[in-house]
Design a protein around this ligand. Structure first.
Ligand code: GDP
Ligand code: IMO
Ligand code: MG
Length: 423
C-alpha cells in the first residue's frame, strides 16, 4: 500500500517529466495533483520527443492509469488537443482520466491573466498566460466551475451565467474590453464535455480502492518549491502548492499512504519569469549553461535564466516537503567546467543567511556565498554506475548530499528514459 511523490525542488524545469517517465513503467497509477498547462514536461523516448503540458508524463506507459487530480486546473481545449496529438502519433489514451472535482480554466481566466499582468507593469510576475492564477482565484473565491458541472448542462449554464456576469463587468468596466458571449462559451464547453464524459471520474474513490488493492501510485508534481504559493518567492510564484503536502491535498490521498518523497534537483539552477534568483549568471557562464543545457521554456519558449546550484533553495525544499530522496538531473551538462561553484548560503545586509527569508526584498538583496568544487572533462552520458563516474563528479554528488543531508538515490545523465544511475 504505497504512493510515491515526485516534486521539483527549485523553480521548475528540473526534469520531473523525465524522472516520472523513467519510473512510470513500474507503477499502476500516475496522478497529477496541481497546476495546469503552465507546466511543460519534456520526455524523450528513443528518437521521439514528447512535450506534455497537462497530461501526466506517465501517459506514455499505457499500463499506468493516468489521472488529473482535483487540485489540477484543466483547460478542456488543451486537454483534448494533447490527447489528439498523442493519438495521432499512435498512442492509446484510454487510460487517461480526470477528477470531477478539478476546476475548469475558462476563456475569461486566460484573458484576465494577460490583463492583470499588463496592469502590474514593472511588477508583473511573468506568468505563462494560461489563466492559472485567475482560475485558482475563482476556486478560492468559490465561484469556480468544476469538471463535474460539464455533465449537467443546466447546472453548468447557471454557474456560467453567474460567474460571467462578474467577469464581464470586470472586462467592460475596468479594462474597457468587450463582454464575452455566454452562448459561445456554453456551446463550446458543453461540446467538449461530451467528449470528456468517459474520462470524468471520482478520482479519490478510485485511488482509495487502488491503495486497498496494493497498487503502486506515483504522484507527479508540476512547478516546484520556489513557485509555491506559501513557501516560494511570493508574489513571484504560481497559484498552487507544488509541495509534497500539496500532493496529498490535490490527489485526495492521505498522508499515511506516502512512502517516498522524491525531489528532483537540477545540477544547476534555472528560472523562467520574474523574481529573485540569487545565483543568476549574467555573463558568458550563464549563456554557456543555457546553450549546453537547452534551457528554453517548453511552454512559452522563453530563454530560461541560468545560475549555479543553490543549496539554500534545495534545503528549503527538503525541509518543507520532507523529501526522502533526491533525483539529480543534468549533471552531464556540467562536464568541461574547470571549477563548479555551489551556493551554500546568502549574504544579506552583511549577514550570513542559510534559509529562505520570507521577505521578497531580502531575497532580492541576497548575494550567493559560493564554494568551489573541482570540475571534470569526461562525458557522463554513458555512465551506468556511480563508480564509473569521474572522481570529481562523484565528489560533486557527495558534496550536495552532505550539504542537504538527503540521499541522492537517482542520477540522470541524459534525456533518454534509460540514461540514469540508481544508488
Ligand atoms: P520538468 O518541467 O521538470 O519536467 O522539466 P522540463 O522538461 O521542462 O525541462 C528539463 C529538460 O531537460 C527537458 O528537455 C529534458 O529532456 C531534459 N533533461 C532531463 N534530464 C536530463 C539529464 O539528466 N540530462 C540532460 N542533458 N537533459 C535532461
Ligand atoms: P514545470 O512543471 C517553470 C512560473 C512562470 C511564472 C510563475 C507564475 O514545467 O516545471 P503561472 O502561469 O503559473 O501563473 O506563472 O510560475 N512557472 C513555471 N516555471 N516551470 C514550470 O512548470 C512553471 N509553471 C509556472 O514562469 O514565473
Ligand atoms: Mg518544465
Amino acid at each position: 500500500m504505497s504512493a510515491n511523490i515526485i516534486i521539483g525542488t527549485q523553480w521548475g524545469d528540473e526534469g520531473k517529466g523525465k524522472v516520472v517517465d523513467s519510473l512510470g513503467a513500474k507503477t499502476d497509477y500516475v496522478v497529477r495533483f496541481g497546476g495546469g498547462n503552465n507546466a511543460g514536461h519534456t520526455v524523450h523516448v528513443g528518437s521521439e520527443k514528447f512535450v506534455l503540458h497537462l497530461l501526466p508524463s506517465g501517459v506514455l506507459h499505457s499500463q499506468s492509469k493516468c489521472i488529473l487530480g482535483s487540485g489540477v486546473v484543466i483547460d478542456p481545449k488543451v486537454f483534448l488537443e494533447e490527447i489528439e496529438a498523442l493519438e495521432s502519433r499512435g498512442f492509446n489514451t484510454d487510460h487517461v482520466f480526470m477528477s470531477n472535482r478539478a476546476h475548469l480554466i475558462m476563456p475569461y481566466h486566460i484573458i484576465l491573466d494577460g490583463l492583470w499582468e499588463t496592469l502590474k507593469g514593472d511588477n508583473k510576475i511573468g506568468t505563462t498566460n494560461r489563466g492559472i492564477g485567475p482560475c485558482y482565484s475563482d476556486k478560492f473565491e468559490r465561484i469556480g466551475i468544476r469538471v463535474e458541472d460539464l455533465l449537467y448542462p443546466e447546472v453548468f449554464a447557471r454557474r456560467l451565467k453567474d460567474t460571467l456576469n462578474i467577469k464581464n463587468a470586470l472586462l467592460t468596466k475596468i479594462f474597457n474590453k468587450e463582454a464575452l458571449s455566454f452562448e459561445e462559451i456554453y456551446d463550446s464547453y458543453i461540446k467538449m464535455g461530451e467528449k470528456l464524459k468517459k474520462r470524468i471520474i471520482n478520482s479519490e474513490l478510485e485511488l482509495e480502492k487502488a491503495l486497498k488493492e496494493d497498487k503502486k501510485i506515483l504522484l507527479e508534481g508540476a512547478q516546484a518549491m520556489m513557485l509555491d504559493i506559501d513557501y516560494g518567492h511570493y508574489p513571484y510564484v504560481t497559484s498552487s502548492s507544488p509541495t509534497a503536502n500539496g500532493a496529498c491535498v490535490g490527489s485526495g490521498i492521505a498522508l499515511k499512504h506516502i512512502d517516498k518523497i522524491i525531489g528532483v534537483c537540477k545540477a544547476y539552477s534555472t528560472r523562467v519569469g520574474e523574481g529573485p534568483f540569487p545565483t543568476e549568471l549574467h555573463d558568458k557562464s550563464g549563456e554557456w549553461l543555457r546553450e549546453k543545457g537547452s534551457e528554453f521554456g517548453a511552454t512559452t519558449g522563453r530563454p530560461r535564466r541560468c545560475g549555479w546550484l543553490d543549496i539554500v533553495v534545495v534545503k528549503h525544499a527538503v525541509s518543507i516537503s520532507g523529501i526522502t530522496d533526491i533525483a539529480l538531473t543534468k549533471i552531464d551538462i556540467l562536464s568541461e567546467l574547470k571549477e563548479i561553484p555551489i551556493c551554500v548560503a546568502y549574504e544579506i545586509d552583511g549577514e550570513r543567511v542559510e534559509y529562505i527569508p520570507s521577505s521578497i526584498e531580502a531575497n532580492q538583496k541576497a548575494k550567493p556565498i559560493l564554494e568551489m568544487m573541482p570540475g571534470w572533462d569526461e562525458d557522463l552520458s554513458q555512465c551506468k554506475s556511480f563508480k564509473e563516474m569521474p572522481l570529481n563528479a562523484q565528489k560533486y554528488i557527495l558534496k550536495i548530499e552532505e550539504l542537504i543531508n538527503c540521499n541522492l538515490s537517482y542520477i540522470s545523465t541524459g534525456v533518454d528514459r534509460d540514461q540514469y544511475i540508481t544508488r
